[in-house]
Write a protein that binds this ligand. Sequence first.
Ligand SMILES: *Cc1c(COP(=O)(O)O)cnc(C)c1O
Length: 380
Amino acid sequence: MSAPHRSWIEVSLGTIAANFRAVRQLVNPDVEVCPVVKADAYRHGAVEVSRRLEREGARWLAVSSLQEGIALRNSGARSRILVMADFLPAAREEFFRFNLTPVIHSLDDLAALDRLAASKGISFPYHLKIDSGMGRLGVLAPGEQIVDAVCGARSAVLEGLMTHFASAADYISTQTDEQIETFEGVYAKLAACTAPPPLVHMSSTIAVAYGRRQAWRTMVRPGHALYGYVSPVRVRSNDTPPVKELAVEPALSWKAALLLVKDVPAGARIGYGGMYRTETPIRIGIVAAGYADGIPHRLSNKGRFIADGQWAPILGAVSMDVTTIDLSASPHLRPGDPVTLLGSEGDLRQDAQQMARAAGTISYSLLCGIGARVPRIFVD
Ligand SMILES: *Cc1c(COP(=O)(O)O)cnc(C)c1O
């Protein structure tokens, strides 16, 4: 097979759809599943992924920024779109223009939204995020103040109450339980003056996958799981770990072409800084992907790809545009042949968690970091 590009990713929309169905099946029909398609769907392609998920029945989509929400709306997305990671004050008007739903993170901002909706003479739904202990985005105010602000608003209507966990994967820490308790305290106080918001949500992938049911409430927000990943949890060594109840499959594979194959003698230095020196004569391959394509520089002399169904260790520094691998175990490969960075070949498989671990980073960062110049091919 001859590679169609220097380097490319293949995204299986069918796998993403199956992962979405797996989440829906686990949480059962009364829990709304809001797929998180921020950061270009973790680089899987927000427009195509969203279109497919809408076909699967998704009624909500979550993004980080207004720009991401507007791009989806302009692509024809008809779902409700939740903009989660706040916005600049000057952009508030855009929520109305594009029918996007803001997550509000401060009571001042709630008042401003209320005034704007009132000036247009309409009711406008929003979700309110409570900082229940993560110490990042979200309202951190006494419950009474939150209640006053929510119930004092006339035109901004509370549709969702949400929070986000800081340590969902850490079953040694009690932080998640504390966050749930804080959040539920605010929820209970709100009942004093208003009907409960229909959407109450706390859980992203980990709280879904490991069955933390009390955090599911009426909506969940999985991202990573849709793309086929669930991070491992931390437990005390003699505690039983929680059961992973969700089975998902990675939807993205990443390939690159060999540009050059050559035999080098013993003692040859490979790449910048001569970081690797051959001990014996070996065959090397120069692969058409480097850190500008998203291969972590930290994989220098550490990571590996799959070449002709065999492990091919990275030799020397990962450069901007190319990476050198040891092809000794796969002597049949020629320039133009593809190798696998992420995905499977023969019996071998490398996923983003494995590559990320080798690089000392996380799979989220690795996926989002796949470069914009790497073309994407959609398969079913
Ligand atoms: C990114 C994000 C999610 C999705 O998290 P995953 O771990 O990818 O499932 C959910 N909620 C918020 C607020 C987020 O920022």
